[in-house]
Design a protein around this ligand. Structure first.
Ligand SMILES: [Ca+2]
Length: 458
């Protein structure tokens, strides 16, 4: 695991501003996967997955090793990417609607002259009367879990529908950038892979016909998960074949997108960002099957995920790193140096202000939580001004400040040193007194924000 062959970051970016590289507005393609874990790509150390196209993005661009989603599950994470605000501050957990009162990445870019599109899963408001993606400055959109336009019921009933969606979204993206190539454009390509149901076609599955899983190939936290999985299902190989096939399927589609980008002559002036909205999904045990929603009832095993959080503890819905620490790559040839930045702590809330720092005529709102980290993208690692805060449901919040990560659950505080304890297994809260600077008021800080979220919920 973690046998990465990327070389270390070499700072090349010092002339970026001086040389006037922003004279022409860059296009931006933002690829968001769904429930893809930190360890679920070959470049991130997965022992079986074949992901050559996404890996190429990482190799040609910058890999931010300390990158987080702002939420531990889909909706809050996505809202934060769009408006740069912590989910705990104002995300409406009653109807999952993205705030219509704030500027978003797309509305700001549209105002700056960009053609804007969203293709794929939305999941920031789909109830009747909720604002559609078009209300957020998006010129063209198509996908799911919004007030439209979306797939028809007939299309969704087709065999392996979910496994064919990425191809449609990439078709739409290619068509959009072909028509808009003479003006700056922004595309949200938010695919469904690798969210359950993971049910690849025979053709997609054939890549992994010969795969046999050895759980010793994975980090300790996942070995324990797999032992439980095997105890219930007999083996983990079939589920792993399906999961790997789902990653490779979307990788093929991303390869097709990148080839078209190059064929259009747009590769050098396009920022491509790749990440995931949260960690790998948990698998359901026998006693939890009553939680299955109707669409999974016929195939409960397909609800399960064998995605990998690498060395990190827990999975989706957890504020341990396994739920929120995600793969994150940025490619911008000639501007963003290739390599690994292992020190800059980046979060989904930072995407809007960071991109604002790379596009002329766009200024991030002052009252957001994200920090502009464009200098890190251009080759100079940055320290955050404020600690990262996580809270997307009542009763559990977390802070990350440098190497320290603190959790507050109910009245209990736990503290971990991530430099020495990636799996957050050695609680130092009782051993260190006083707490490190920045955490002395941690209870007050986290509780006050948690209380705000609780009020929204009720
Ligand atoms: Ca998700």
């Amino acid at each position: 695991m973690r046998k990465r062959w990327l070389h270390s970051l070499v700072a090349l970016g010092t002339c970026a501003f001086v040389c006037g590289v922003f004279a022409e507005q860059p296009n931006i393609i933002f690829i968001l996967t769904d429930d893809l874990g930190y360890g679920d790509l070959a470049v991130m150390g997965h022992p079986y997955v074949q992901s050559p196209n996404i890996d190429r993005l990482a190799h040609e661009g910058l890999l931010l090793e300390q990158a987080y989603s702002a939420g531990a599950w889909c909706s809050p994470s996505r809202a934060a990417l769009m408006n740069g605000v912590y989910p705990a501050r104002e995300f409406n957990v009653n109807n999952w609607e993205l705030s219509a009162d704030r500027p978003t990445l797309t509305s700001m870019l549209k105002e700056a002259g960009y053609a804007t599109a969203h293709f794929g899963k939305w999941h920031m408001g789909e109830d009747e009367g909720v604002s559609p993606p078009a209300a957020y400055g998006i010129d063209e959109n198509f996908g799911t879990q919004s007030t439209g336009p979306v797939w028809t019921d007939e299309e969704m009933a087709e065999s392996h529908h979910r496994e064919r969606t990425a191809a449609r979204y990439v078709d739409l993206s290619i068509d959009f950038m072909t028509r808009k190539k003479d003006q700056p454009f922004f595309i949200n390509l938010w695919v469904h892979n690798t969210h359950a149901i993971v049910n690849p076609t025979d053709e997609q599955l054939a890549v992994y016909d010969d795969l046999q899983v050895s759980i010793a190939d994975f980090e300790d936290p996942l070995q324990r998960d797999f032992q439980e999985f095997i105890a219930e299902h007999g083996n983990v190989t079939n589920a792993m074949r399906a999961f790997c096939a789902d990653v490779t399927a979307v990788d093929n589609e991303i390869g097709r997108l990148l080839s078209s980008l190059a064929a259009l002559g747009l590769e050098d002036n396009t920022i491509v960002v790749f990440t995931s909205d949260n960690g790998p999904a948990p698998y359901l045990k026998v006693g939890e099957r009553d939680l299955l929603i109707p669409r999974f009832e016929k195939s409960p095993k397909l609800m399960n995920s064998v995605g990998s959080a690498g060395p990190y503890r827990d999975r989706k819905s957890s504020l341990h790193d396994g739920g929120i620490h995600v793969p994150f790559f940025v490619r911008w040839p000639g501007k963003v140096p290739s390599g690994i930045d292992s020190s800059t702590v980046f979060c989904g809330v930072d995407l809007l202000p960071t991109l604002a720092g790379l596009v002329d005529g766009v200024a991030a709102p002052e009252d957001i939580d994200g920090e502009g980290l464009s200098a890190a993208w251009l080759g100079t690692p940055q320290e955050r001004v404020t600690p990262l805060f996580f809270c997307d449901k009542p009763g559990w919040s977390a802070l990350r400040d440098g190497k320290w990560k603190a959790h507050l659950q109910r009245d209990t505080i736990r503290l971990y040193n991530l430099d020495e304890d990636l799996s957050e297994s050695n609680d130092l809260a009782g051993a260190i007194s006083p707490l490190p600077t920045g955490f002395r008021n941690v209870k007050v800080t986290m509780k006050s924000t948690s209380v705000r979220l609780k009020r929204i919920k009720t």
